[in-house]
Design a protein around this ligand. Structure first.
Ligand code: UDP
Length: 351
């Protein structure tokens, strides 16, 4: 896609609509937007998100965050919202995001992630809102043909989750060509950790993600962690992922918004650190940080898991001027551990 620079300036900043803003990543982005001085309205159906995350943010930031409870796939809700507010841009986090479940329930993933997003794009077009920051994923690449994976890596998703996100990326390219939308699609690697002050953090129900499950096993809330396969073609046989701190991910969204305001163009960016860690390394790190053993057992591979996903992270640094603040897995796990203890052990947090 050609990137067209423009000197056009926005006269004043309107609100940003954050769809899925009560969820794990969305809530961190809401907070980062407030800290950057932006006004935010959240649309969330609260199927995965938590109203109390927004309340915690409001308390910490002393700012209000209006929440509209509703579905992104419901055109009436979107029309009402677009009539009631002026939005500079939309950020869209409201997706089903479990690789394993997507393999078992593909239709739900296509309906929610691709179908509902097409409704959003159509309604944005009707309302003449032409800027979107879209939550995409490294799962659009599938099995790596080169590591680290650049943004022009071939697209061959190996699970419906990745397919559904790639479908949206293709829709966005067409809308860009039709001059209806400029977008930044951020391809997340593995979002992890919690806010440094433990105000918000990762909560999924049921939890399926590696770091919270390691902590649950360490603190005796589950009997053991199941390690999905140790026969991958990786140095220690377990899957390798690029764990990126959720606050660093959030700052990438604020920069993406600024980039859209400066450029009449669209782009795709990986958001990762460029550093891969195996499941075994994550277990060791959680043991070091929590000072507890993580009981675990090797079980068969989980369908849909590529062996290694590590970002080529140069493009986002050049284009958006983004730099991760959390540069070690240990510093990421420390925030996850602090949040876990506050949430589930109710211990006080000393910062
Ligand atoms: N994983 C694991 N046991 C678990 C959960 C995850 O071994 O109970 C592995 C999984 O196979 C993957 C890595 O941990 O290689 C990260 O998985 P997660 O579900 O956290 O994120 P994903 O990579 O699916 O987005």
């Amino acid at each position: 896609m050609a990137e067209r620079r423009t000197t056009k300036k926005t006269s004043r900043q309107n609100a940003v609509l954050v769809i899925g803003g009560a969820g794990y990543i969305g809530a961190h982005v809401v907070r980062a937007l407030l800290q950057a001085g932006r006004r935010v309205v959240v649309l969330d159906n609260l199927s995965e998100g938590y109203r109390d995350s927004l309340t915690a943010i409001e308390r910490a930031e002393r700012r209000s965050v209006p929440l509209v409870k509703g579905d992104l796939g419901d055109p009436r809700t979107l029309r009402k919202l677009f009539a009631a507010h002026r939005f500079d841009a939309v950020m869209h986090f409201a997706a089903l995001c479990y690789v394993g479940v997507s393999v078992k329930e593909p239709a739900a993933y296509y309906r929610n992630n691709a179908g509902h997003t097409s409704v959003l794009l159509d309604e944005m077009h009707r309302a003449e809102i032409g800027r979107l920051v879209f939550s995409s994923t490294c799962a659009v690449y599938g099995n790596p043909v080169k590591v680290p994976m650049p943004e022009d890596h071939p697209f061959a998703p190996i699970n419906p989750y990745g397919h559904s996100k790639r479908m949206v990326e293709e829709m966005l390219v067409d809308l860009d060509k039709a001059n209806q939308m400029r977008f930044v699609a951020l391809r997340y690697f593995n979002a992890s950790g919690a806010s440094a002050d433990a105000v918000i953090g990762e909560r999924h129900d049921p939890e399926t993600h590696l770091i919270p499950l390691c902590l649950a096993a360490a603190y005796g809330h589950i009997p053991e962690l199941q390690v999905f396969g140790d026969d991958y073609p990786t140095p220690d046989g377990t899957c390798v992922r690029d764990y990126i701190h959720v606050e660093d991910l959030a700052s990438a969204h604020v920069l993406a918004l600024d980039w859209l305001a400066r450029n009449d163009a669209s782009t795709f960016c990986n958001v990762g650190t460029g550093r891969g860690q195996s499941v075994k390394q994550v277990i060791e790190t959680v043991e070091r940080v929590s000072k507890r053993r993580v009981p675990h057992r090797i079980v068969p591979r989980r369908v849909g898991d590529p062996p290694e996903l590590v970002a080529a992270a140069g493009s986002i640094q050049q284009k958006l001027g983004w730099r991760p603040r959390y540069t070690s897995l240990e510093s990421i796990v420390e925030t996850a551990d602090r949040w876990y203890r506050k949430m589930f052990l109710k211990t006080s947090v000393h910062l």
